[in-house]
Design a protein around this ligand. Structure first.
Ligand SMILES: NC(=O)c1ccc[n+]([C@@H]2O[C@H](COP(=O)([O-])OP(=O)(O)OC[C@H]3O[C@@H](n4cnc5c(N)ncnc54)[C@H](OP(=O)(O)O)[C@@H]3O)[C@@H](O)[C@H]2O)c1
Length: 262
């Protein structure tokens, strides 16, 4: 039987774009989902899906930047199906900016959503997962964090977004061995440009731009495979992978060419 069939999954950031497509594909696989976003319970798309899958889809409003609500939201999500097998952190926000236009509130928000929110929910979920899954096979229990290929190397104007993503990648690498000991398989997905409201803010040609359902399909595959990191598409993943490994002075010469002219 498919590992994801009957799997109890909490998706944080499942109301739009990639997360919404992930929700649809996991419902098709027979998973039991709790889907969260700030207004998940009011989302027309999610409410329609709930009518279609009343036993398999629960909606839970949750703003990852509200620290005081993390424990109560975690307890609520946990209790809906009497436990969880998988947690997906997909919440993200993006505000490109030049140094001159630096918006400290937007930067603060990107830190909260792209990094600190994952850490807060990880901290609240860990004791629950440890208690209920300590004796199970690790493949049945997983956490997947949707990070970004932007975490590979800081690019002009995108640092406010990519720096918290890079912090999350570094944290994942640091925590994976301990989590594995605790029978929790931590996975990261680092993918490139996907056509959503986030990338609608970009005014440049996006190499390898994908549709949200294509990206979601690859994330579902990542849930079924046994790899720590999944990277796609190949073209952008290898380009950024090379930039990351070049001597920094060479890499910075390349990224300097990305500055706006004039
Ligand atoms: N699009 C890309 O090219 C791309 C590339 C690499 C990585 N990613 C990552 O993929 C993930 C999904 O991105 P997307 O492009 O699908 O963006 P999106 O369409 O804007 O979806 C983002 C999701 O996060 C939720 N979210 C945002 N702020 C939140 C908050 N404070 N609390 C709870 N949920 C919140 C949103 O719901 P509400 O706004 O309703 O709360 C929505 O469900 C993000 O982590 C993003 O960084 C995207």
């Amino acid at each position: 039987m498919d590992l994801l069939n009957q799997n109890r999954i909490w998706i944080i950031g499942g109301s739009e774009g990639i997360g919404l497509e992930l929700t649809k594909q996991l419902l098709n696989k027979g998973s039991y989902l709790v889907v969260s976003a700030r207004k998940a319970e009011q989302s027309i798309e999610l409410v329609k899906l709930q009518a279609q899958y009343p036993k398999h889809l629960a909606l839970l409003n949750c703003d990852v930047s509200l620290k005081d609500e993390v424990q109560s939201k975690t307890n609520q999500a946990w209790s809906i199906y009497n436990g969880l097998d998988t947690w997906i952190y997909n919440a993200g926000t993006y505000h490109p900016m030049t140094l001159k236009e630096w918006d400290i509130n937007a930067f603060d928000k990107m830190n909260q959503v792209n990094y600190l929110g994952a850490v807060l929910f990880m901290h609240a979920l860990l004791p629950l997962f440890e208690k209920s899954h300590s004796s199970e096979k690790k493949s049945q229990t997983q956490w997947l964090w949707n990070i970004s290929l932007a975490s590979d190397f800081g690019l002009p104007y995108g640092g406010g977004y990519s720096a918290p993503k890079a912090a999350l990648q570094n944290l994942a690498e640091s925590l994976q061995p301990e989590l594995e000991e605790a029978n929790i398989q931590l996975k990261v997905v680092n993918h490139g440009f996907v056509k959503t409201r986030l990338t609608a803010k970009n005014d440049f040609t996006m190499m390898g731009l994908m549709k949200p359902d294509e990206a979601a399909k690859k994330i579902v595959l990542a849930l079924q495979k046994n790899h720590f990191e999944t990277r796609f598409p190949f073209s952008l993943a290898s380009t950024l992978g090379i930039i990351k490994r070049l001597p920094k002075s060479w890499a910075l010469k390349i990224t300097r060419t990305m500055l706006h002219k004039g």
